[in-house]
Write a protein of this length. Structure first.
Length: 260
């Protein structure tokens, strides 16, 4: 039988617990494993105690059973977005070899990375407006397939009318609600990845207005929203000529709109 993982240093656990880390023992073990020296370990622990998010300190986040690389200042993929990634992969597989998939507002490129891993013969592209996110996504996806720019303007014109699966995790937090977010997100993730405008749906409106011209015949758009916003978001896509439906996974507090 394999030897059990050594117990984390109780002093480190106590420091993390005092800082409000709910899973202090697990975090202590992960941060210790991530450090290459006692000095680096102390630096990582001190930064975590000071409030920095765990995942950039580790350099990765677990997402759909994968370790997706993340960096400081980049949006950290949430567990709820696994539903979007899984559905995108299923749809890509159903389109057959060479299916074109776009991970729009990609952040670290987690959705694209999952699709690439599960559907190796898909042609996956990604784009984001945030330069740090583009740099990070190029570590998780072929760098020549990741583009920087504002929504569809970032994509190669040759993809217009050819996208089989358009997977979008656009910002959807209402501006006034950002102040209520946990400080790990509010203070350490780019505002452009969080702020969705007054009702949270400003970027959804822009995507609804432009998406049809990029989808291939029979293609599908998937976009994440909160459970409360989903009916309004679905109405935006219906008004743009799509046939949307809302899909949810209560276990992951996940909601998305599928629009074809």
């Amino acid at each position: 039988m394999p030897a059990p993982d050594p117990a984390p240093d109780p002093d480190i656990v106590a420091r993390l617990r005092a800082a409000g880390c709910v899973f202090a023992e697990d975090e202590a073990r992960l941060l210790t494993e991530a450090a290459s020296s006692p000095e680096e370990r102390e630096s990582l622990i001190a930064r975590r105690v000071a409030g920095e998010p765990l995942e950039p300190l580790l350099g990765w986040v677990e997402f759909c059973g994968m370790r997706v690389k993340v960096e400081a200042g980049v949006f950290v993929p949430r567990r709820r977005t696994e539903l979007l990634a899984e559905r995108a992969a299923e749809l890509a597989a159903g389109r057959g070899p060479g299916a074109v998939v776009v991970d729009l507002c990609c952040g670290a490129g987690a959705i694209g990375a999952v699709v690439s891993a599960r559907v190796p013969d898909a042609d996956v592209y990604a784009a984001d407006i945030d330069p740090a996110s583009v740099r990070c996504a190029r570590r998780n996806l072929p760098p020549e397939r990741v583009f920087g720019g504002d929504l569809f303007s970032a994509l190669p014109a040759a993809l217009r009318g050819r996208v089989d699966v358009l997977a979008v995790n656009a910002p959807y937090v209402p501006t006034a609600a950002i102040a209520l977010m946990p400080p790990e997100a509010r203070d350490h993730e780019p505002a452009v990845a969080l702020d969705g405008g007054g009702d949270g749906l400003d970027v959804h409106r822009r995507i609804a207005a432009e998406a049809a011209g990029w989808l291939a015949p029979g293609g599908t758009l998937l976009i994440e929203a909160s459970a409360e916003q989903a009916p309004a978001s679905a109405a935006l896509f219906a008004a743009a000529g799509f046939h949307p439906r809302i899909v949810s996974d209560p276990a992951r507090a996940a909601t998305l709109i599928l629009a074809a």
